[in-house]
Design a protein around this ligand. Sequence first.
Ligand code: FAD
Ligand code: NAD
Length: 510
Amino acid sequence: MLNVPSQAFPAPGSQQRVASQGRSKVPLKQGRSLMDWIRLTRSGKDLTGQKGRLIDVTEDELKTHNKKDDCWICIRGLVYNVSPYMEYHPGGEDELMRAAGADGTDLFNEVHRWVNYESMLKECLVGRMATKPAAPKGMYPKSQVTDTLPREDPSSPSYDWFQTESSVTIVIYTKRKNINLASVMVDLQDDSLRAEVVINDHSYLIHIELSHEVQENFSVRVIENVGKVDVILQKRENIPWKCLGQPLEKHDSFIPKKDAGLYYRKCQLISKEDVTHDTRLFCLMLPPSTHLQVPVGHHVYLKLSVTGAEIVKPYTPVSESLLSDFKEPVLPPNKYIYFLIKIYPDGLFTPELDRLQIGDFVSVSSPEGNFKLSRLQEVEDLFLLAAGTGFTPMVNVLNYSLTHMSSLRKVKLMFFNKTEDDIIWRCQLEKLAFKDKRFDIEFVLSAPSSEWNGKRGHVSPALLSEFLQRSLENSRVFLCICGPTPFTDEGIRLLHDLNFDTEEIHGFTA
Ligand code: FAD
Ligand code: NAD
């Protein structure tokens, strides 16, 4: 019924043809230009009347929204409340009213086939049709992509796609809020596309051999308030696609993250810089056709082949430096991942990593971890306890707290090391404490030289009770701890003895 791809190009009813025949446009009232509409959609106003909720719309319900001030239209299975858009519509209100309370896909294809209505109406999205009126031809028939049975759980994510002359957009409806760019991983290898969205402790996967070639650079957009993810691919050739492609392994699956397996992509070693006598800052470059952001407090796995065997170890990405606003970033963001890694001469993995030459490759997994940024909400005193490379998760927590936590009064780091020479980024930490009065640093050494005037020993009740002073008597606190397992275990035990609740403590463990 809908969107039948035409052999002729542009299609007989397409925007290009209609425009050239002088499609009638209606004079718009003042303040109703495209720019005015864009401004309105960005104002944060609830244009659907659904308070950000996405609903499944039945045909009966759709029919009831058929008046100018309450007008819903279904386009390609998605339902939009177009009432707020009426006065801004260049084709006039009457044209939109032709599809009021009904499926307007045909009408839309007649005149708007190449218009990016998705972007234009995104803030008007009410939800999906509970049962789609019909799968538009030219869209990959779902039966070939996944099983034909309706999903048992209507809250499962789903996807759809649409195209313009030069692009193909895959739309993932997560049906959840609090999705952000770090929840999405996209890898495009040759023409196989893998897009994974992490939704709480589950993973939704789109995995397709695309039917046509696309350019290696694509973009990912997340519309947080409706939980929608757009993966926008650029066609190599501006021809209409009849289908999206062939399903690959686990396509359209929604499974617990722990069962999803880790996906690795090959990253190139760009630089390696000494930080201490045994710790280096490694910079890896993601492939150009990868979108990956590691959430604060999460880690990835690095994989190398060592004498024929694959060895995998977890590492926590850090920022390039703690003082990034002191200098211009050397490399563009989001394409590079930095790691602070201690090399153990008798270790299995790190000596191999250290032997890599600039330009060599190492495989990097998708992120994992159970740290939730939401636990930092409203926190006033943040205490960080780190030992050795247990400092690495603290780097991004520290950066985040100083730049994003408006409630923060104090962030204090107690950093345990064996000797002064082992302290990672000591100079940067001291500079940061000097620059930002909310931050304090305390070094504790377990094997200091005789010249050391600072604190000594291992994690202990005396050290902790002196350090964990709140800035206000009843301030809201949160504590993070990371280091060798005996250090973390002992630290958490002592924190409980000092009457901190489990909800106030996050231990970074394997
Ligand atoms: P290993 O072969 O594991 O050996 C390490 C040391 O332990 C060596 O001195 C070795 O002789 C000794 N050893 C090994 N086995 C034994 C044994 N049975 N008994 C006694 N001693 C033994 N490290 C970082 O440097 N940076 C990070 O950002 C980082 N992030 C991490 C994140 C997570 C979630 C976890 C769990 C660990 C992280 N680590 C990090 C540690 C990292 O994963 C490796 O454990 C570390 O790099 C050592 O790996 P390796 O294979 O080189 O050494
Ligand atoms: P290290 O041997 O240099 O020790 C650093 C400090 O830890 C010591 O000075 C001491 O104060 C304390 N410590 C060590 N052993 C202790 C013990 N038995 N009891 C109490 N305190 C002790 O540390 P390292 O070689 O840098 O090792 C860092 C550890 O942190 C590794 O085990 C690594 O796996 C772990 N790590 C974990 C994560 C994570 O997210 N889970 C991230 C990074 C590092």
